[in-house]
Design a protein around this ligand. Structure first.
Ligand SMILES: [Zn+2]
Length: 140
């Protein structure tokens, strides 16, 4: 009987630590994003032409990953502006995208390779309206 209780307590502690880790991780990312956006003052000369497509959190755009949390662990909030980038662009890199503005890399896409990024919109309609654009993007 006491063994069962020990196992139960272990399970509870384990799930609590997983949950807390997620909460802290999410909060940390949110803090860093705000900090990064305020630190972007001087434009540098790192420009790169990219294929810029758009997506929203719907099932059509995200499939099984349509859970409101990005690959970096960031929980999406209404009005957010961020980018799904290729693996060579680290999370929290801030991009300056003409027509979209300053946005950090907070997500990854399975099909995203090379010089391709996806900008995030709240609605599928906005994502469709964006279409596919070839833009000079500034990397900060
Ligand atoms: Zn969509």
């Amino acid at each position: 009987m006491s063994k069962t209780i020990t196992v139960l307590i272990a399970i509870i502690i384990l799930s609590l630590s997983v949950y807390l880790n997620f909460v802290v991780h999410g909060a940390l990312i949110k803090y860093n994003v705000e900090q990064l956006l305020t630190e972007v003052n001087e434009p540098n000369e790192q420009w790169i032409v990219m294929e810029v497509t758009a997506y929203c959190p719907c099932e059509q755009c995200c499939g099984q990953y349509a859970d409101g949390v990005t690959a970096s662990g960031y929980r999406i909030q209404a009005g957010d502006r961020f980018v799904a980038g290729p693996p060579w662009l680290p999370y929290l890199t801030v991009l300056d995208i003409p027509g979209y503005g300053l946005a950090p890399v907070l997500d990854r896409g399975g099909m995203i390779k090379g010089f391709k990024i996806d900008v995030y919109f709240d609605t599928h309609e906005e994502a469709l309206n964006w279409g596919i654009r070839y833009l000079k993007v500034r990397i900060n």
